[in-house]
Ligand binder design. Structure first.
Ligand code: MLT
Length: 338
C-alpha cells in the first residue's frame, strides 16, 4: 500500500512534468501573421507559401505563417511601420515601398541599375544585399530575410500605345510613394500621381489614373488586364520584393527558431527565382490572349534610359550612401564605375 502510494506520487509528478512540457511547447507555438501586398498568384504569394512550408518543416510543425493577401493588413508602407513596432510579424512588399524607410535601399531602385534577374540575384544575395539588410535593420527596425524576384515593371495604361516619353504627356500614371520613381517620371516629362498600392486597382477602374507600372506577374495576379489595355516593355526597374520580419518579434524567438526562420527565407528566395523563370513568358502570352496590346519602347529604350539616368542618378547618389557605395554596386555587377 505504502509502495503503491509512493508509486502513485512519482507517476503523478511525471505526468505533471510531461503535461507542463507539452503546454509550454504549445504556448510557444505560433502562427505568424504575414502581410502580403499583392493578390494570390503572384511572386509575393509564392514566396510566402514556400516560406510557410519550410518554416513548418524546420520547426517540426511548431510554427507556421498565415498569409493575409491583397493588402488586408494595410498598405505596404504601413506594414513596415507595424513590423517596426512589433504589432505585425512579417510583411512581403515591393522594395520601392521599403526605400522611404531605408534610403540606401534606393540603390536597388535607381532606374536601369538592375538589368536582369542575374543582376538582381547578385545584388540581393551578395555583399551589397548583406549591407542593405544591415542598413534596413538599423534604419527601419525590420530584418530582410528573403527576396521575391518579380521581373521588370512594365508600364500599362488604358488610353493608347506608349513607345516614347512624349507619348506619356496625356497619360496620368500612378506611382508608389517613392521619390526615385516620381523623379524618373519627371525626367520623362510628366508628374506622376503617388498613391498607395492598396488603392491602385480602384483608381485605375474609376479612371482617377490611366496607368501604372508593375511586373507582368503582378499585372496578371491583380487582374489589371480588366482595366488596362496597353503595355510598354520598360526595363527601368526590376522589381524585387523582400520578406521582412519585425526585429522585436525575431529577437523573441529561440536560437533554433531564428535559424529556422532564416533558412525558410533562403529556401523561399531560391523558389522565387525559379517561379519567375518558369512563369513570366507564359503570363505575358496569357495577357496578350486576354486582349492586352504589348509594345517595345522606341529606339531600344535609348531616350528613356538617357533621360532617367542623367537626371535621376545624380540626385540620389548621396541618399544611397555616396559615390563609393554606388560604384561598389556597379562593380559588383561588372559594370563601369562613374
Ligand atoms: C507598388 O507598385 O506599390 C508595388 O510594387 C506593388 C507590389 O507590391 O507588387
Amino acid at each position: 500500500m505504502k509502495f503503491t502510494s509512493k508509486a502513485t506520487k512519482v507517476l503523478s509528478l511525471s505526468l505533471c512534468l510531461a503535461v507542463s512540457a507539452v503546454v509550454s511547447t504549445m504556448a510557444q507555438a505560433k502562427t505568424f501573421k504575414v502581410a502580403v501586398g499583392d493578390a494570390a498568384g503572384g511572386t509575393q504569394h509564392e514566396l510566402g507559401k514556400k516560406f510557410n512550408e519550410v518554416l513548418m518543416e524546420k520547426t517540426g510543425g511548431k510554427h507556421d505563417a498565415k498569409l493575409f493577401m491583397n493588402g488586408q493588413l494595410g498598405s505596404e508602407q504601413d506594414t513596415v511601420n507595424d513590423a517596426a513596432i512589433g504589432t505585425l510579424d512579417f510583411s512581403i512588399l515591393a522594395i520601392n515601398n521599403v526605400t522611404p524607410f531605408s534610403p540606401s535601399v534606393g540603390a536597388l531602385t535607381l532606374p536601369y541599375m538592375i538589368q536582369s534577374l542575374d543582376d538582381a540575384i547578385t545584388l540581393t544575395q551578395g555583399p551589397v544585399g548583406e549591407q542593405l539588410v544591415e542598413n534596413t535593420l538599423r534604419d527601419a527596425g525590420v530584418r530582410i530575410i528573403g527576396w521575391a524576384y518579380s521581373g521588370f515593371r512594365v508600364l500599362t495604361n488604358s488610353k493608347h500605345p506608349v513607345t516614347t516619353p512624349a507619348d506619356l504627356k496625356d497619360v496620368v500614371v500612378r506611382v508608389p510613394k517613392n521619390e526615385i520613381m516620381i523623379d524618373t517620371y519627371k525626367a520623362w516629362g510628366i508628374n506622376a500621381t503617388p498613391m498607395a498600392w492598396s488603392e491602385t486597382f480602384t483608381a485605375l477602374q474609376q479612371g482617377v489614373v490611366d496607368g501604372q507600372d508593375n511586373p507582368y506577374i503582378t499585372v496578371y495576379a491583380m487582374k489589371f488586364d480588366e482595366v488596362q489595355k496597353y503595355v510598354t516593355n520598360l526595363r527601368y526597374l526590376f522589381s524585387i520584393e523582400p520578406l521582412i520580419v519585425s526585429e522585436s518579434v525575431f529577437q523573441d524567438q529561440s536560437a533554433e527558431d531564428q535559424a529556422a526562420i532564416l533558412e525558410a527565407g533562403k529556401a523561399a528566395t531560391a523558389h522565387s527565382a525559379q517561379f519567375l523563370r518558369d512563369q513570366e513568358s507564359k503570363i505575358k502570352a496569357e495577357l496578350t490572349e486576354k486582349g492586352m496590346v504589348i509594345a517595345d519602347p522606341a529606339d531600344n529604350e535609348k531616350e528613356w534610359i538617357d533621360l532617367a539616368t542623367s537626371k535621376v542618378w545624380p540626385k540620389y547618389v548621396d541618399s544611397i550612401g555616396g559615390k563609393d557605395v554606388l560604384n561598389n554596386v556597379l562593380k559588383s555587377l561588372g559594370r563601369d564605375e562613374i
